[in-house]
Design a protein around this ligand. Structure first.
Ligand code: ZN
Length: 306
C-alpha cells in the first residue's frame, strides 16, 4: 500500500554541501544503502556543480549510478544550470530539482542571476530534458520563499508568481523552501493554499528548516492544507552555524516520528532510520547530528507496520 506521505531525504545533497568536510564516495554509498534499507523511496543524492566550487559534490555522477542500483528508489539531483542538468541526465537521474530564489538579493548572491533569469534557465533545462530523457521529472524549488537573510521580507505575490512561471516554463512541479528558517505555520498554510489554488497537481513539496525550532510545526501546517511530500535531512545534517544547537534542515527522524505517531504512514521504519545515523557518523566524524527522537529514544510500546 502506498504510504500517506512521501519523505524525500535530502541529506546527501543539502546536508553534505553545507558541511566543511567531504564525505568519501564509499561512505556515501553505505549511507545511501542504509537510508534505502530504512524504507526511504526518494533521495536527493547530490548536486551537479563545478567541483572547484563544491568539492563535496565532485563524485555526484558516481553516487547517482550507485543509488540507481536500488530498485524502486527515485534518485534526485540538484542542478543550478543547463550544464549541470546535462551531466545529471547523462548520469541517469530520475528527477531534477532546480533552485529558483524568490529573493532578488539571494538570487544574485547565489547564482548571479535574477529570479526571472532563473525561470529562463528552467525553460532551457526543460528543453534539454525533452531532448535527452523525456521521462525525467523536473521540480522548481522556490528558495527563500518565506523570508531572506539578505533582503528580509519576500513578498508572497512574488513567490507565487515565480512558482507559476516555472510551471508555465515546463517544470512538472514547484515546491516551496524555507531556506533561511524564517517561516511560521500561518504563513506556510497561507502560501501552500495559494500555491495549490494556482497550480493544482503541479504544487510540489515542503522543504522546511528548523533554525528557529518551527520545522515540524511548519511541516504539520503544510500537511493540514494538503501537502504530501516533505523534505528531511537525516540527523538534521547541515546545521545552521548562526544558531548553535539548532539544526538547519528538518530532522528526518523527528519528521517520521511525528507522522507515524499521528497514524500517517511514511513507509519508513524509524528504528532502521535511526540506525542509518551510524554510517553517516562514520563518514563524517565529529560532525554534530541533531534530532529529538534519536536522543529520547522510541516511546514504550512503539509499533510500526513497516
Ligand atoms: Zn535545506
Amino acid at each position: 500500500m502506498k504510504p500517506d506521505v512521501l519523505i524525500s531525504e535530502v541529506g546527501p545533497r543539502d546536508g553534505l554541501q553545507s558541511v566543511k568536510a567531504t564525505m568519501a564516495t564509499a561512505d556515501k554509498f553505505r549511507w545511501i544503502d542504509a537510508l534505502v534499507a530504512a524504507g526511504l523511496r526518494e533521495i536527493e543524492v547530490g548536486s551537479f556543480v563545478p567541483p572547484r566550487l563544491m568539492p563535496q559534490m565532485a563524485d555526484a555522477a558516481e553516487v547517482v549510478r550507485h543509488a540507481l542500483t536500488h530498485p524502486g528508489v527515485t534518485v534526485l539531483a540538484l542542478v543550478p544550470n543547463a550544464r549541470g542538468a546535462e551531466a545529471a541526465l547523462k548520469a541517469g537521474v530520475h528527477k531534477l530539482t532546480i533552485p529558483v530564489s524568490a529573493s532578488h538579493a539571494h538570487s544574485l548572491a547565489n547564482v548571479r542571476q535574477t529570479p526571472d533569469e532563473m525561470v529562463e534557465v528552467v525553460r532551457e533545462i526543460v528543453r534539454l530534458r525533452d531532448a535527452l530523457a523525456p521521462g525525467v521529472g523536473i521540480e522548481a524549488g522556490i528558495s527563500t520563499a518565506f523570508g531572506c537573510t539578505l533582503q528580509g521580507e519576500v513578498p508572497e505575490d512574488e513567490v507565487i508568481r515565480l512558482s507559476v512561471a516555472c510551471v508555465a516554463a515546463g517544470a512538472d512541479e514547484s515546491g516551496l523552501s524555507d531556506t533561511t528558517g524564517m517561516a511560521n505555520p500561518a504563513q506556510v498554510r497561507r502560501l501552500f493554499k495559494r500555491l495549490q489554488a494556482e497550480l493544482g497537481q503541479h504544487a510540489g513539496s515542503a522543504h522546511m528548516h528548523n533554525t528557529r525550532g518551527l520545522g515540524l510545526a511548519n511541516c504539520l501546517a503544510a500537511w493540514d492544507v494538503g501537502v504530501r511530500t516533505f523534505d528531511g535531512s537525516l540527523g538534521g545534517l547541515g546545521g545552521c552555524p548562526h544558531a548553535p544547537g539548532a539544526s538547519g534542515n528538518v530532522v528526518t527522524e523527528d519528521l517520521v516520528f511525528m507522522f507515524e505517531a499521528m497514524g500517517v504512514t511514511t513507509g519508513v521504519n524509524l528504528e532502521k532510520l535511526m540506525a542509518a545515523r551510524e554510517p553517516l557518523r562514520a563518514g563524517l566524524p565529529g560532525e554534530p547530528l541533531y534530532g529529538m527522537t534519536p536522543e529520547a529514544g522510541l516511546p514504550l510500546g512503539w509499533k510500526q507496520g513497516v
